[in-house]
Design a protein. Structure first.
Length: 210
């Protein structure tokens, strides 16, 4: 009796094991097919969309930065917000005073030599020795004055005292001109008009746009 029971048990175990093995084999084939279809589907389509989105956002950020900080671009030379007389027949014409999204005010214009002789440019950098040294022949001496807020704003500079303005200007020959720009910290949004100062030039009032 015990021998017959043992034999039957072994047969049952063997049958169960065979059935389980066949089931695993079938399931394994199904998984391989499904895995191939998935790998050829969503993962590959997700990668291009991600890289495309990042490149688009990067291009937008670059464009925004260029628009905020670039000088001399998108400025109409025929616009004359102010004309300021300087010394010895030199004139500054202001074309644009714009409040940028980065918290700056950018002043852009053109300095003309309307005299019959060459004129130096050294005096426009101001009298601060370190600024003059780091920004030779520049317009780093410019300033904005908020009379309502009773504050004076100087040209922005980096940690090495290099200004965010036009530098390395050459002496203006008779009848020639030079485009210039200067960036300042922006006054409060409620301030729409400021006084502009540049050494050797008269003070003038400017309206801020943007």
């Amino acid at each position: 009796m015990s021998i017959r029971c043992s034999t039957r048990s072994r047969r049952v175990v063997a049958a169960v094991s065979l059935t389980a093995a066949l089931a695993l084999a079938v399931a394994g084939c199904g998984t391989d097919d499904g895995g191939k279809s998935e790998s050829n589907g969503s993962p590959s389509s997700a990668v291009p969309s991600t890289s495309s989105d990042s490149s688009d956002s990067s291009d937008e950020e670059k464009g925004a930065k260029q628009e905020d900080t670039a000088a001399g671009e998108n400025v109409d030379p025929n616009v004359k917000l102010a004309e300021v007389r300087g010394q010895n027949g030199v004139t500054l014409v202001v074309h644009q005073v714009k409040r940028d999204s980065g918290g700056f005010v950018t002043v852009q214009g053109e300095i003309k030599n309307e005299s019959g002789e060459a004129r130096p440019v050294a005096g426009w950098a101001g009298s601060e020795s370190l600024i003059v040294q780091k920004n030779p022949n520049s317009v780093a001496g410019a300033a904005l004055i908020d009379k309502v807020g009773k504050k004076r704003y100087y040209v922005l500079r980096d940690t090495e005292n290099r200004c965010l303005c036009t530098t390395n200007l050459v002496p203006l020959q008779a009848g020639k001109s030079a485009s210039v720009f200067m960036q300042f910290p922006a006054p409060p949004a409620t301030t729409t008009e400021v006084d502009f100062m540049l050494p050797t030039f008269a003070t003038t009032s400017l309206k801020i746009s943007g």
